[in-house]
Design a protein around this ligand. Structure first.
Ligand code: NAP
Ligand code: GLV
Length: 319
């Protein structure tokens, strides 16, 4: 278990600039070796830090002990079907949680306070006084996924006065939040929600869950009109043609999407120009190297002192 001067860390990232991660590692753990390419140190690599690693790139490392995901989600790891049999640890960090809660509160308030409509009115120089302004306590925000991120967002929305409900795989209890769980609990969860916030992981069970069959179970009218959908989980959770159809049929009144089936969202996607769609570029809660690297090093050091790893992914459930 104890660290050895020859131990090497592999930083296996695609789509992200590795430089800033390397810089933070050099600051936080100057004595540790970090490589970007496994081939240079195959038998010395003890840990791998990964974001969308190239498939197969974690195989053939005989001394690899732990894979650390550089994000909270781990679907990017399971996308690779050639994975070594070592524990996978994911990010759970106050920094990332706060970023996600900020995003959720921002988007919930924007829809609640008719931000889309007022921005459209401003571009047309229209002054239309709308006196209909539901109070937060009249609006139910339902959170799909009551994990680390969902729980924190739920509490912050409660503090703002919203009615909050949640849905998870197993029963989760949070003070002031109405909990539903399992396949059987989804119907009851959906029938009351005005704003649905999706913070689910992408797994074989949740893939494509944000679809017409879900939207059809939501109520037709509420204080904000038809329900609003906010997805900051993963693009693979959503059926994009179904979302557009639900908007056009008035089954959803507006949508915020941070994540997409294909990222970057292709220029030809009709989502870009739909007047009831807010798009952010997978930016709800970015992994901050400055915040996360010291936390990863601290976890690595405690592991080397013989303490158990924290935030281990359940490989069967894939989250
Ligand atoms: P987490 O702590 O693992 O929580 C996941 C939640 O989803 C849990 O409540 C879990 O239920 C629930 N869940 C999983 N499978 C389910 C199913 N089949 N049916 C019902 N509920 C299910 O994860 P987290 O840290 O909150 O992160 C959630 C996701 O956010 C990540 O996986 C990632 O995809 C996404 N994310 C996005 C961004 C961004 O910038 N857009 C940033 C960070 C994370 P149990 O409580 O019963 O286990
Ligand atoms: C970002 O999407 C994450 O999973 O942390």
């Amino acid at each position: 278990m104890t660290g050895n001067a020859d131990d090497t860390i592999l930083l296996a990232v695609t789509g992200w600039d590795p430089d800033v991660w390397q810089t933070e590692f050099a600051k936080a753990a100057p004595a540790r070796k970090l490589v970007l390419d496994a081939d240079t140190a195959k038998d010395k690599i003890r840990y791998a830090l990964v974001w969308k690693q190239r498939p197969g790139s974690l195989m053939g490392l005989p001394n690899l002990e732990v894979i650390f995901s550089l994000g909270a989600g781990v679907d990017h790891i399971f996308h690779d079907h050639q994975l070594p049999d070592v524990p996978i640890v994911r990010i759970v960090s106050p920094d990332l949680t706060m970023r996600m809660s900020e995003y959720v509160v921002w988007q919930v308030l924007d829809h609640h306070r008719l931000g889309l409509r007022y921005r459209q009115q401003q571009t047309q120089k229209v002054w239309h006084e709308d006196r209909r302004q539901p109070a937060a306590h009249e609006v139910t925000v339902g959170i799909l996924g009551l994990g680390v991120l969902g729980r924190d967002a739920a509490q912050k929305l409660r503090n703002l006065g919203f009615r909050v409900s949640g849905w998870s795989r197993r029963l989760q209890t949070i003070e002031g939040v109405t909990s539903h769980f399992g396949k059987d609990g989804l119907k009851d969860f959906l029938k009351d929600v005005d704003i649905v916030v999706c913070l689910l992981p992408l797994t074989p069970e949740t893939k494509g869950i944000l679809s017409m069959s879900m939207f059809a179970q939501m109520k037709a009218e509420g204080p904000l009109g038809a329900p609003v959908l906010i997805n900051a989980g993963r693009g693979g959770l959503q059926n994009e043609p179904d979302i557009l159809a639900a908007l056009d049929r008035g089954m959803l009144s507006a949508v915020t999407l941070d994540v997409f089936k294909t990222e970057p969202l292709p220029k030809g996607s009709p989502l870009w120009t739909h007047p009831q769609v807010v798009i952010t570029p997978h930016a709800a809660a970015s992994s901050s190297p400055q915040a996360l690297v010291p936390e990863i090093i601290a976890q690595l050091e405690s592991y080397e002192r013989g303490e158990p790893l924290k935030n281990i992914v359940d490989k069967a459930a894939q989250y």
